[in-house]
Design a protein around this ligand. Structure first.
Ligand code: ADP
Length: 268
């Protein structure tokens, strides 16, 4: 239990020694505070959509049944709120699974260029033609790791880039080798992030602008999940951003995770 660190120390006691057992309560309190904040955050995130759904159900019970327009409007909004709760619960389950298996990573042989081509197609459909989506594949190097987890982490970074970039902006996905490491990055020309927020972005439920995150369907857990997935792969997340200009989120993978591309032999 990380909150229950006991330290043992022998101290002089007359002509003998006595054993002093102490417990690091500061750490215990920190774990308690984190747990309390987490439960408060989850409750708050669930309470808002539940209040909205409850309100619409009351409206429907009173007047909706006789008015098809009200009916339709209330059902659409309730569906949105239900989806929001589903996303939250899915993200919470993903986080808890990742925390339980910090050192257990599936060792798939991942064709990153192929994965990024698929992610680009997904990005095109998510952006619905409102952004220019680019892809730079500087290397054919593959990666050892958990295909599903990495795909969802990369997809999270791409959907954030779309959500925080105004229409007409540019989003580019890159896969390259830098200083011997495999680097996947997503560069956007979006709203950017003030420097003081950057170190806290991977905390659960941390958002620069709560309203905007909710409006665009965010759960506030995306980057916490990305950080966990990368840690499981001994990879690091780098965030470089300039307010008003855009952001670049990069995942750096150590050489031990890379599988060099072997050129196929040409027929004799
Ligand atoms: P959310 O679901 O709110 O997007 P995330 O954990 O994915 O949660 O991101 C945390 C916060 O980081 C976001 O609320 C947003 O303020 C900021 N953020 C993430 N990606 C970007 C980006 N590409 N550009 C600007 N801000 C970003």
């Amino acid at each position: 239990n990380p909150g229950l660190t006991l330290s043992l120390q022998f101290v002089p006691y007359g002509d003998k020694q006595k054993l002093l057992v102490s417990r690091d309560v500061t750490r215990l309190e920190r774990v308690h505070t984190m747990r309390r904040d987490f439960v408060a955050n989850v409750s708050h995130e669930l309470r808002t959509p539940l209040t909205v759904i409850g309100g619409f159900l009351e409206t429907l019970a009173e007047e909706g049944a006789s008015d098809p327009e009200t009916n339709k409007w209330a059902l659409t909004l309730m569906t949105d709120q239900t989806r929001r709760m589903q996303r939250l619960v899915e993200d919470l389950l993903t986080l808890s699974r990742l925390e339980d298996s910090e050192n257990l990573v599936r060792e798939d042989n991942i064709n990153i260029p192929a994965m990024l081509r698929e992610l680009c197609q997904e990005a095109e459909s998510l952006s619905a033609g409102h952004h220019r989506i680019g892809l730079n594949l500087d290397t054919k190097t593959k990666l050892m790791g958990s295909m599903d987890d990495l795909r969802s982490a990369f997809s999270n970074l791409v959907s954030n880039a779309i959500r925080y970039t105004a229409e007409g902006g540019d989003i580019t996905l890159n896969w390259e080798i830098r200083d011997g490491q495999g680097v996947f990055s997503v560069q956007d020309s979006g709203i950017g992030i003030e420097p003081e927020h950057i170190p806290r972005l991977t905390e659960r439920f941390y958002r620069v602008d709560r309203g905007r995150s909710r409006e665009t369907g965010g759960t506030g857990l995306g980057l916490a999940i990305v950080k966990h997935v990368l840690t499981c792969h001994q990879a690091k997340l780098e965030i470089v951003s300039e307010p008003g200009k855009g952001s670049c989120f990069s995942a750096w993978f150590p050489p031990a995770r890379l599988i060099a591309h072997k050129a196929s032999k040409s027929p004799p």
